[in-house]
Design a protein. Structure first.
Length: 277
């Protein structure tokens, strides 16, 4: 049964790898269509989105069958569920690339962007091309170091996205109303591509480590004080042999176990912290 499970999981992983490579191609093609008025590239991205959608449906279907037939648990369950989430994330990235390509095709042979906006969007596109390459490498190797870089570097894309609003609101804006709409929408599409890449990076970290870097452990000072108090009482009762009535000892023991569990829940993740998003 284990051999069958591994073979089926490998088939799913191959489809997911094919899918993320299709997304990288779509991102690159959408940028070419946007910045260079490349109609063929725009059409290729739009047509290619059908294949990405089909791969997402295939991956999800295979994962559902794995859950039903193999009943995975622990790490295996984490991998299967995360694979479904990754497929959905990549499908959305393909949709966003298609939206950019459609905007470029709609205004062909003119650009949907005014001349003053093109350097900014060229910088955003160069960033996304790098992220697409990193995402492919990260998924292929389950590389948490690359995932860390994707998560950290997303702040740069967010800053570039803010500049698109500053440009659109500038008193020196010389573009048309339609170009204003395109600048805002395309900038948003690009920013969302980066966000989905971060989501994929976090999911890969979760697959590898079981820790979700989007959830930062928090410190509970009330728990600290209560734990010190009950630990002292527990030490007094059980180590100094001071016997109390059974109901009282049972109550203290229950509180001790409960608070010990809270300590583990709150502080154990600190030893496995990956990166603050």
């Amino acid at each position: 049964m284990r051999v069958i499970f591994n073979e089926e999981l490998k088939a799913v992983a191959d489809d997911l790898d094919h899918m993320v490579k299709g997304v990288r191609k779509a991102i690159n093609g959408a940028g070419d269509a946007l910045l260079n008025q490349n109609l063929e590239a725009a059409q290729a991205v739009i047509d290619g989105d059908i294949e990405i959608d089909a791969l997402e449906a295939s991956v999800v279907d295979q994962c559902v069958k794995l859950l039903a037939k193999q009943n995975p648990v622990a790490t295996d369950l984490r991998v299967v569920v995360s694979t479904m989430r990754l497929a959905t994330t990549f499908e959305r990235m393909g949709d966003l690339a298609r939206h950019i390509a459609e905007a470029a095709r709609r205004t062909y042979p003119a650009s949907p962007l005014p001349a003053e906006a093109q350097p900014l969007f060229a910088e955003m596109q160069a960033f996304l091309n790098d992220v697409a390459d990193q995402t492919v490498a990260m998924l292929s190797d389950r590389d948490t170091k690359t995932a860390e870089q994707i998560i950290i570097n997303d702040d740069k894309l967010d800053e570039l996205h803010k500049k698109t609003f500053e440009l659109a609101q500038s008193a020196d804006w010389a573009g048309t109303n339609q170009q204003l709409i395109d600048v805002v929408l395309i900038g948003r599409f690009m920013e969302r591509l980066g966000d989905h890449a971060v989501s994929a990076a976090r999911r890969v970290v979760y697959i590898v480590s079981g820790f979700d870097p989007s959830k930062e452990p928090t410190r509970d000072e009330d728990t600290d004080i209560a734990c010190i108090f009950f630990l002292a009482i527990f030490f007094f009762i059980f180590f100094l042999r001071r016997r109390l009535p059974f109901p009282t000892e049972a109550a203290f023991l229950f509180c001790f176990c409960n608070l010990s569990a809270r300590i583990v829940k709150h502080y154990l993740p600190h030893y496995f912290t990956f990166v603050k998003p």
